[in-house]
Ligand binder design. Structure first.
Ligand SMILES: Cc1cc2nc3c(=O)[nH]c(=O)nc-3n(C[C@H](O)[C@H](O)[C@H](O)COP(=O)(O)O)c2cc1C
Length: 194
């Protein structure tokens, strides 16, 4: 492989006291250690997502050039999705909606986060429909963080060791998808590939 895969992480909420920030920090640390991946953490609080505009049609892309340029360069994306009434937060959708063609034929790994015991399984199901319309290819395996308020200790370290194996499995498939699609984008002509 000529250069490392670039797979940014998007945290999916601006809520104060958000617990999924702990998941974002933990995953950022784990992904940063991966020998084949370079990453960057994106926080919708630091993006320009006004309430009276949506999508990339009227200049939001130009107001979010760091995000735009990251996705143009990216081989894939990790989305951290807290579950709000079985759906995704508006702030996550607003951040994703800034771009469209920049995502096409890249992979996405979905990370569900919930206060309940299902680890965001339901928000992931809903998000699959959205990312499909963005042209992203979803991995077979997801990552779930259940009862997130009890998941980490005061230093942000997971209380259970099993999560490290689950993260490894998740990243293994994400890397495979990212490599496969990079090869395809580079070698197989498609009107969608930039
Ligand atoms: C509006 C709203 C709706 C929620 N709905 C659910 C839900 O359907 N299922 C669940 O397990 N947790 C639900 N939660 C709890 C969140 O999953 C919980 O806050 C978790 O920590 C992840 O979100 P956070 O990053 O905003 O903290 C909800 C939280 C909010 C703010």
């Amino acid at each position: 492989m000529d250069r490392k895969l670039f797979i940014p992480i998007l945290l999916g909420t601006v809520r104060k006291d958000r617990q999924s920030e702990k998941v974002a920090k933990f995953l950022f640390e784990q992904v940063s250690k991966h020998t084949e991946i370079e990453t960057e953490l994106f926080d919708p609080r630091e993006m320009d997502l006004p309430m009276d505009d949506e999508g990339g049609y009227s200049g939001l892309k130009e107001k979010n050039t760091k995000w735009r340029d990251a996705i143009i360069r990216a081989d894939g994306l990790i989305v951290i999705a807290p579950e709000y009434n079985h759906g995704y937060p508006g702030s996550l959708k607003r951040a994703l909606d800034v771009l469209l063609k920049e995502y096409i034929h890249k992979t996405v790994g979905l990370v569900g986060v919930s206060a309940g015991g299902f680890g965001g399984a339901r928000v992931i199901e809903q998000l699959v429909q959205v990312v499909r319309e963005l042209g992203l290819a979803v991995t077979f395996s997801d990552l779930n963080f259940f009862k997130v308020q009890d998941f980490f200790d005061e230093n942000g370290k997971p209380k259970e060791e099993a999560v490290y194996r689950r993260v490894d499995n998740f990243l293994e498939e994400l890397v495979w998808m990212a490599k496969t699609l990079r090869w395809g984008r580079q070698n197989l002509p498609s009107k969608y590939n930039q």
